[in-house]
Design a protein around this ligand. Structure first.
Ligand code: LLP
Length: 417
């Protein structure tokens, strides 16, 4: 997070004081840098310069309308997994012709809506889904553009919960079966085959699983060519890891260059290339600012109890994810440093944001959880009847609220006694 820095011992994001942001908007608070997001997206896009391509930002990582609108203005495509995400991208002003639709359980209503607005492609994850799309397209008298999401049975070497490309994962069509499913798809009256797709997992820091998956996909593309089925685009999915601690992430340009070499080796130079990055675009754009409510020392345990919890940011609780936590004030002379557990208000022992963090903190201090721009707010819940927090978008010189803090009334909206 290169825009986060200490100035005379106080933490700033670009030119904005964390203390002032917290005072103005309250805590807990998500803050994202628009400049950073644009930079990440443009870097990916430039790596593909000169080739037919589309970067389809995976909106599940962060679906705030202001962020979607920022990316839409750059010309981004979008990868969605639900009708809710589709409605969001439309609301944000995106072009439906740049939307690809992934997900294993697309409902009839979702397929119908996607056909109605005219998306770029359905990433089909099973044979019954293909049949469902065909019958809905036929009823609506439309031709459905499809690609098959192929499960290449490759170990992404990441956390098991975010690994998706192994044969025992629910995702995609096994690569042994895919050729036959393409042949079936070709026979369907209201289906048009456009592409092939794979996504093997998230937070990958090793390039080899990407390349192994590409080998399997490209072998299949050539087999399909022999069958007379021409693949017009290859979607390599998302999954690029980011730096939370000391990981060395794969640069988008390195991934692109390696994959382009593979395309040449398999004589697939002329296809359009798609990617579906989420985390690598937004993770390090964002932070969660939280305030210390209490400090509690018991036996050998030191707790900094803060106002943000697993309801706001579930990654540490769900994946034991390590996320950097910075104090707003760099040094606290005279204050003892303890190995703190940073815990939230939720009534669960899994409610922590960090463990064993050497910090000097006192009641009222602000802490900043870094790299929280991806899978932070989008995975937030109202557990323990906590209203969802506010979101702010900053750039070099300005800041603005892009989502109001929820009110208590919103907690029971739609409920009746
Ligand atoms: N495409 C598909 C079909 C996906 O399922 C995903 C993520 C992406 C693209 C974007 O992957 P990314 O570039 O963000 O790695 N909640 C977890 C991550 C779940 C990822 C789910 N799928 C976390 O907080 O680590």
């Amino acid at each position: 997070m290169n825009f986060l820095h200490y100035q005379k011992g106080k933490l700033f994001a670009h030119q904005h004081s964390i203390t002032e942001l917290a005072q103005q908007y309250g805590t807990p608070l998500y803050v994202y840098s628009r400049d950073y997001i644009e930079q990440q997206w443009l870097e990916f896009d430039h790596a593909l310069k000169g080739r037919k391509h589309l970067i389809c930002y995976a909106i599940k990582a962060n679906s705030n309308l202001a962020i979607l609108n920022t990316l839409a203005k750059l010309g981004s495509g979008f990868d969605i997994v639900s009708q809710g995400e589709l409605e969001r991208v439309l609301k944000a002003g995106a072009d439906p012709k740049k939307v690809v639709f992934s997900g294993v359980a697309k409902s009839e209503a979702e397929i119908e809506r996607a056909l109605e607005v005219g998306i770029k492609c359905f990433n089909v994850e099973s044979e019954p889904e293909l049949e469902r799309i065909q019958s809905i397209a036929q009823r609506l008298n439309k031709i459905a553009p499809i690609s098959l999401r192929v499960n290449p049975d490759v170990d992404a070497k990441t956390h098991p919960y975010i690994s998706t490309g192994l044969r025992n994962n629910k995702f995609g069509i096994s690569y042994q079966l895919a050729r036959a499913v393409y042949q079936k798809a070709r026979e369907l009256s209201h289906i048009e085959i456009f592409g092939i797709d794979c996504h093997i997992g998230s937070q990958l820091t090793d390039i080899s699983p990407f390349l192994d998956a590409a080998d399997r996909i490209l072998t299949l593309v050539n087999q399909l060519k022999n069958d007379g089925i021409i693949i017009k685009h290859i979607d390599f999915g998302g999954g690029l890891g980011v730096c939370y601690d000391n990981e060395t992430p794969i640069k988008s340009s390195d991934l692109v260059n390696e994959l382009i070499k593979k395309l040449a080796a398999y004589d697939c130079d002329d296809v359009e290339i798609l990617f579906e990055p989420g985390r690598s675009i937004v993770a390090n754009s964002g932070m969660l600012i939280t305030r210390v409510e209490y400090v509690k020392h018991q036996d050998d345990n030191h707790f900094a109890i803060v106002d943000a919890g697993m309801n706001d940011l579930i990654r540490p609780a769900l994946y034991e994810a390590w996320m950097r936590i910075l104090p707003e004030q760099e040094d606290k002379p005279g204050q003892t440093i303890y190995p703190y557990s940073i815990v939230g208000p939720i009534c669960e022992s899994s409610d922590f944001l960090g463990k064993d963090r050497e910090l000097a903190v006192e009641q009222g201090d602000l802490l900043v959880v870094c790299s929280a721009g991806a899978y932070g707010f989008t995975m937030a819940s109202n557990y323990n009847s906590k209203p969802k927090v506010a979101e702010v978008l900053i750039d070099e010189t300005s800041h603005r609220l892009v989502r109001k803090r929820e009110t208590f009334e919103m907690l029971w909206q739609g409920e009746t006694i």
